[in-house]
Design a protein around this ligand. Sequence first.
Ligand code: SAM
Ligand code: SF4
Length: 313
Amino acid sequence: MNKLIDPHGRSIHKLRLSLLDACNFRCLYCMPEKVEFMPSDKFMDKFEIFNVTKTLVDYGIDEIRLTGGEPALRTDFLEIVKLLSKLPLKKLGLTSNGVRLKKFLPDLKKSNLLNINFSLDSLNRKTFKTISRSDSLEQVLESIFLAKELGFNVKINTVVMKGLNDHEIEDFIEFSGKYGIEVRFLEVMKIGVMVPMFERYFISADQLMAQIKTKWIPKTIPVPVDSTSYNYTISNGAKIGFIASESKPFCHGCSRLRMGPDGSIFPCLMIDKGFSLRGKNREEIGEALIKTMGLKPTYRIDEMVKPMYQIGG
Ligand code: SAM
Ligand code: SF4
C-alpha cells in the first residue's frame, strides 16, 4: 500500500465521505430553514463510490467516515456500507443525526461499520427542537441506546451554543457516566449560516471546562497526534472530549481529506476548491490527490461561507 504524505510531512490517511447534502433536520448552526440541495442525479452511485474509494485506499486511505447531510437518507445507504465493508480499512465510521438509523442498525452490525457518532445537542425535548428544528429527541435516543446495546462504538457529538444548551453540560456528563457513552463537546464553527451569528452563540472549550471544574476533577486521557479532540475521564465514569476547532485548532496534525457526493475531493473543511475524481482512472486520481494535498493549509482558516453540509462535516 502507498502512503499519502502532504507537502508539510503530514500523513493523510482519513477520508470524510459525504453521501449527500440533504438532511431531515435544519440545525440552527448548519442550515437555513429553506435550503436547496444538490440534485440527486449529480451524486455518484454506489459503484462509483466503491471504485473511487477503492483507489483512494490503494493510495493510503485507511479510515473512512460517512457523513453528509444525513447519510441515512440515501436510499442505497446500506448497500454503500456493504460495498465499503469490502475495503481493507482500519476503521469505517458514520456521523448521523440518528433519527432514521434505528431500523438500519441490525444490518449495519453485520457490516464493518462499527463506529457511530451521533449528533445530539440537547437532552431536553424543547431545546432539542429549537436547535435541530425537529421534534425527534425520542427517536434519536432510541437509536443511540440500540446502537450501544448492539455493541457499536458509540460517541455523541454535542455542539454547544451560548444561551441555548450550555447549561446542559452537567446533564451530558451525568448521561455519559450513566450509559457509558463518550460525549464530545464541539465549539460552534464560523462556517456557513454561523458566520453572521458566531459571536452571539460561540462559547469556548475553556469556558466549558471552567464550568465543569466547579464540580468535577477531569483526568486527561492521551490522544494520537491527529486527534481532533482532547479527552478526559470524570469520577462519575463519564468520558468527555472537546473539539475546539475555533479556540484550539488541530490543523497541524490534520490527516483528513473530504469528498463530496458528486466525487469532488477537498483538502479541508475550510477550502471549497475541490477536484473531481469522478470517472477518473487510477493515475488521474493520483494526480488529483497530489494537487489536493498541496492545498492543505497548516493553519486554521478563519471562516468559510460554503456550508459544512455541502462539503461533509
Ligand atoms: N447530519 C449528520 C450529523 O449531524 O451528525 C452528519 C453531518 S453534520 C454536517 C456533521 C457534524 O457537523 C455534526 O456533528 C454537526 O453537529 C457538526 N456541525 C455542523 N455545522 C457545524 C458548525 N457550524 N459548527 C460546529 N459543528 C457543526
Ligand atoms: Fe443535518 Fe447534521 Fe446539518 Fe443538523 S448538523 S442540519 S443533522 S447535516
